[in-house]
Design a protein around this ligand. Structure first.
Ligand SMILES: C[S@@+](CC[C@H](N)C(=O)[O-])C[C@H]1O[C@@H](n2cnc3c(N)ncnc32)[C@H](O)[C@@H]1O
Length: 238
């Protein structure tokens, strides 16, 4: 099987799995960890009162309440209809768009954007288009809160051996073990360290994986400050 076909199948499987899980996704699970909440609070504070944030992908909308309580508006986008349906049940007043990160076409519509716990579903060759789409969604000077799940070297090597043994067209960093859609990307320390250089934090996420996170000021190019938390898109994409 060629890689493009395999990736299209994996993406469809990820979408189907989340749609299946949407109605019960929140049962006993709250993804809004203290670290996420801290970063989201900081992101909200970069926006003027009455401003609008994009939450993409929003899943079931666990951050909508925080944004609205802070006097800002939020638009949610996700590729899985089941997750959007669950978000709509909880927040019927929030504008939702069924669209993939790869197809986001917002143009300077938002004061800030958050992309939380999602880049692990995006294949490495699609990161540039996704990052470009996220950047374009924000007005000049706006910020993006982006998280990246980071794999341990041993896990990455074991997964790659598994991919090769199965004869799949995967690359190092991808995992095909059981789990959402049989696809997960653990980009390793490369992407993570770019975020860390920008002042992002590193902590244990669900399943004890390391999660890197950073609030990125997208444009104009950031002025470097000793304790600043901004990195440029160019740094992020190294
Ligand atoms: C782990 S959930 C995180 C959702 C939300 N950000 C949160 O923190 O709860 C991952 C979400 O990414 C969505 N997703 C996965 N791949 C996507 C893609 N290529 N485009 C848009 N949404 C995607 C899934 O449908 C799911 O809602």
């Amino acid at each position: 099987m060629d890689r493009a076909t395999w990736l299209a199948e994996r993406r469809a499987a990820v979408e189907a799995d989340y749609t299946r899980d949407g109605p019960t996704y929140d049962d006993g699970y709250d993804p809004t960890t203290p670290t996420h909440r801290r970063f989201v609070t900081r992101l909200i504070e970069t926006c003027p009162r009455g401003g609008t944030l994009l939450d993409a992908p929003c899943g079931t909308g666990p951050y909508f309440k925080m944004v609205k309580a802070a006097g800002r508006d939020v638009v949610g986008a996700d590729q899985s209809v089941g997750m959007l349906a669950a978000a709509h049940m909880k927040h019927p007043d929030v504008r939702l768009e069924m669209v993939g990160l790869q197809e986001l076409a917002f143009d300077a519509e938002f004061d800030a954007t958050m992309t939380i716990d999602a880049m692990e579903h995006v294949p490495p060759e699609e990161w540039p288009i996704v990052l470009a789409n996220l950047k374009r969604s924000v007005r000049p000077g706006g910020h993006l809160y982006l998280t990246v799940e980071e794999g341990e070297d041993r896990e990455i090597e074991t997964s790659f051996a598994d991919i090769q043994a199965r004869g799949l067209p995967g690359v190092r960093g991808e995992t095909v073990a059981d789990g959402t859609g049989g696809y997960h990307l653990l980009p390793g320390p490369c992407a993570g360290s770019a975020l860390a250089r920008g002042g992002g934090s590193r902590s244990r996420g669900r399943g004890r994986r390391v999660v890197r996170r950073a609030r990125l000021r997208l444009s104009p190019p950031p002025v470097r400050q000793p304790s600043g938390s901004s990195v440029s898109e160019a740094e992020l994409m190294q």
